[in-house]
Design a protein around this ligand. Structure first.
Ligand code: NAP
Length: 311
């Protein structure tokens, strides 16, 4: 693989930025990788582990001369960071981001992008419940999707180059409208996370009564919930605050279905329950047939320990 960008600046040095640095190095995609994080502690760790070629103490130094700048901070911080980097962006550079919500990021970041600089928002559907500069690894994006959500009229070459970078990092790349992205992710990731948070909260209340039986006897389903519910609180607070409409829409539908199942249980309507579970089982089969998961027992847990659902 050959160099795609001469200098890539990573702003925010956590799981996603770290994994990008490792993946870009693995394939030799960047001439130089610079990095900046707001806290001195994070910068010190990044230097200690050699995360980038250069860790700078100011955002201006990181961005200077970069032909790609990647915003890797929580969604709620994207606008402020974009404002900070704007005066230092090189003409012709591309700015992208990795935020889990797209319309809000476009609204926050778009107005700060100077003329002559391209903005191509993106979202890698890959993650773990770990965060910080030590948590990244080169394989995170292998065979995972990256969704790019450029606004109509965005420079085609800038999009093609970013696509090539992500493909070089091992990912499959697709383009999508930002609003559609937010609705899809509300269904596949954001609402499921909220349900996991709720379930773990409920179990925590119960644990006080049953003296840790919930943990002792937790089967795979609940263990998966606890792993998801261990995800970064700042990141997930921002996801729900910025993907409000789509999440509330899906949560509304979820609640209606839950009430219907609750009523079926109360009234002993086995036909309703059986028909519902038959439909959901068919959905699972469809996911396996589409190659999006394995049919190994226990979701292939042994082989795929580091992965979590896309965020
Ligand atoms: P992370 O490991 O927690 O790292 C976040 C980085 O952002 C840190 O370097 C932190 O700096 C910086 N940061 C936090 N708040 C900030 C603020 N207010 N202003 C400036 N910088 C700030 O996060 P991550 O998991 O890599 O997530 C980064 C982005 O990727 C988020 O937008 C998230 O939605 C998206 N994403 C995450 C996942 C996932 O599973 N984790 C998956 C796909 C996309 P300090 O260390 O100096 O505090």
């Amino acid at each position: 693989m050959s160099v795609i960008y001469t200098r890539v600046a990573l702003i925010g040095l956590g799981l996603i930025a770290g994994s990008m640095a490792h993946a870009m190095r693995r394939a030799g995609l960047a001439g130089e990788i610079t990095g900046y994080a707001r806290s001195a502690d994070t910068r010190a760790v990044a230097r200690e582990i050699g995360l980038c070629d250069r860790i700078t103490d100011t955002v201006a130094e990181a961005v200077a001369g970069a032909d790609l700048v990647v915003l890797c901070v929580p969604v709620g911080a994207m606008g402020a960071v974009a404002e900070e980097i704007a005066p230092h962006l090189a003409p012709g550079a591309t700015v992208t981001d990795v935020g889990s919500v797209k319309r809000d990021v476009i609204t926050q970041v778009g107005p700060h992008i100077p003329a002559g600089v391209h903005f191509v928002p993106g979202h890698p559907l890959a993650g773990t419940e770990h965060s910080g500069p030590r948590s990244g690894f080169a394989e995170l994006f292998d065979n995972r999707y990256v969704l790019l959500t450029p606004e109509p009229g965005t420079d085609a070459d800038a999009i093609a180059r970013l696509r090539a970078l992500w493909e070089g990092c091992g990912a499959k790349v697709e383009e999508m409208d930002a609003d559609h992205h937010d609705l899809v992710l509300a269904v596949t990731s954001h609402t499921p996370h909220l349900i996991a948070y709720t379930m773990v909260g409920v179990a925590d209340d119960l644990r006080r009564v049953t003296d840790s039986e919930v943990i002792k006897y937790s089967a795979a389903g609940f263990r998966d919930f606890t792993r998801i519910a261990a995800s970064d609180p700042t990141m997930w607070r921002d996801v729900f605050l910025t993907n409000k409409d789509a999440t509330l829409e899906i949560l509304g539908r979820f609640t209606e279905e839950l009430f219907a199942l609750q009523r079926a249980i109360r009234t002993g309507d086995g036909d309703h329950l059986h028909a519902y579970f038959t439909r959901t089982r068919a959905i699972r089969r469809g996911i396996i047939e589409a190659g999006q998961d394995t049919d190994a027992p226990d979701f292939g847990r042994v082989q795929r320990k580091r992965e979590t659902p896309a965020t």
